[in-house]
Write a protein that binds this ligand. Sequence first.
Ligand code: HXC
Length: 515
Amino acid sequence: MSLTRKLSDLKKRTKTAAEGGGEEAIKKQKAVGKMTARERILTLLDPDSFHEYDLFVEHAGKDFDMDKKYLPGDGVITGTGTISGHPVCVYAQDFTVAGGSLGWAHAKKITKIMDVALRLNVPLIGINDSGGARIQEGVNALAGYGEIFYRNTLASGVIPQISVILGPCAGGAVYSPALTDFVFVVDKISKMFITGPEVIKTVLGEDISMEDLGGARVHAEITGNAHFYAESEQECFDQIKQLCSYIPWNNTNKAVRFQSHKPLTKKYKINEVFPTLPRQPYDVRNIIRAVCDDSEFLEVHEKFAANIVIGFARMDGCTVGFVANQPLVLAGVLDIDSSDKAARFIRFCDSFNIPLITMVDLPGYLPGVDQEHGGVIRHGAKVLYAYSEATVPKITLILRKAYGGGYIAMCSHHLRADFVFAWPTAEIAVMGPEGAANIIFRNEIKNAENPEEVRKHKIKEYKEKFANPYVAAAYGYIDAVIDPNDTRDMLIHALSISADKTAGMPKKKHGLPPF
Ligand code: HXC
């Protein structure tokens, strides 16, 4: 065969394989508002940067007439490309081919690109749109998932792993994302569940729609399985690119440094966004915006456990992870979900050399039977563990309340914060003045001629003594009480002098965080 004919043969084979499940299946995919797997990759990556591998891999199924079927690319596209000029490894499952189900060869393609990502130290982005283990392939499909989960675990903390859920993902198709660092979902398109509505109906007799069982909102708001929520696939890909601008490419690098930009102080003035009344709620995100570059804050897990805020911003051009109690929601308490949310984020930042700034304003851990029986002790301990274990620069700012366990947990000096600053409005105490006065002056109040007056007097006395930053500052637990208007300068200075921090942990195989 001449080279010309060989080239034309290659073209023909490539075209057939790249067509996926064919016209009808693609039409069905489009009808529900979904892009094709190939369009997704091309939208996500820099123009002309995608290079595909293993296009001609064929499936290995023999039973149930599978040997008579041709499954182009075995239902998954794999390759490399760039985002903002930086290399990434990527795969996208193709629902038009056997529902994106995962057979042995499909899994081999994914694990091969995962191995490349780990070998070359570049992020891995997986676009999931799959009915889970390919039923006809039996244990080989399960083996494939096991190999993926193992690699997800090996890669954890070494390269960033991002999962995008863009279809009905069932069974194994949701466990790999659960092992990765960030999960993105899109309204009406993403569904995640271990077993679908039909199985639930059969086993439990319960009726539930796919959307109510595991739709995008469910995972963004209730379960916390999704970190980012978008209204459309395009918005989702834009969010991924934005996230990639904040995180380093692997655990041996720092994130790319940008030009420093001042915050938009006309819009976000600390004096205006922070209330004068000590019990008035406010949106802590506006405090972050008042101090960070360009007032740009990429919030992670925005809809889940909103009593704590986590996300990325830049200070003097460098990426920082912010963790802040949110007084707007449940007074910013730590509870089961907010502890899980914060602890995981702290560990991501620590794994990938991202300094942490913690903003504190909370009355403590949330009391209640539900919380106690749900394991708030175990979950709350995750925050203590994550902060104690983190060796990246840790800078804490106490804005207002830092009571009880909350004071310790929110990156106090005792958990090895490098610097702890406080505004003059800070109150550091074992509990709020009202509760404290009621307990320690109980008898005096009870036996007084005018109990209410004595109670008020005792609260005032307690406030004057403890509800300020100066007692903690006198013991050196706070390094500086600062004018709120100096916050950005103080934070940038603290970050800059701790940039080359080297700190370690005792030698061990691994610790035992309270999972
Ligand atoms: C083989 C599958 C498949 C699967 C879907 N298909 N899932 N083929 N194995 N797991 C095929 C369908 O037969 C169909 O083929 C095509 O993909 C499209 O599927 P539809 O059902 O028509 O699509 P839709 O109505 O949108 O429903 C999507 C779905 C549903 C919700 C994902 O297909 C479904 O419930 N699938 C099974 C989910 C499941 O239980 N998976 C196994 C999980 S166990 P045709 O030829 O008709 O177009 C698992 C074990 C791992 O993953 C556990 C690890 C811990």
